[in-house]
Design a binder for this molecule. Sequence first.
Ligand SMILES: [Zn+2]
Ligand SMILES: [Zn+2]
Length: 140
Amino acid sequence: MATKRNTKQKKAIEENLVASTAHPTAEELFMVVREYLPSVSLGTVYRNLEEMVRNGRAQKIPSLDGPARYDGRVMPHYHVRCVECGKLDDLPMKMDPSMVEEARALSRYRIDSCVVEFRGVCEACMQRKEGSGEVRRRTA
Ligand SMILES: [Zn+2]
Ligand SMILES: [Zn+2]
């Protein structure tokens, strides 16, 4: 049932996802939208995000050990994830389409997509660790 309120919430969810570069989880986006639409529920945010993914207007980025993140940019692009805090950033690096071609040539699968995710420690976490003396300088 598409009520006026639903349409307004849906629009707010979409706009906030597209405007964000933080790849928010459903819960993070819920916190943002709730600031000015207090009647919105986490379930509504989640349902609208899933609908955007189904319609090709958003990407869902699963995580091995946490909630999935959502991305309003649907053009294929790489991501880098912080293993300390879970932050996920875009990596403006050229995609290599030959990877999918090679996978097609080498496997008996129908290859549909390829997910490459870079992992590391973000700047803020590195600074935090250095400050606490947790990081030892690597030799060679
Ligand atoms: Zn981090
Ligand atoms: Zn992204």
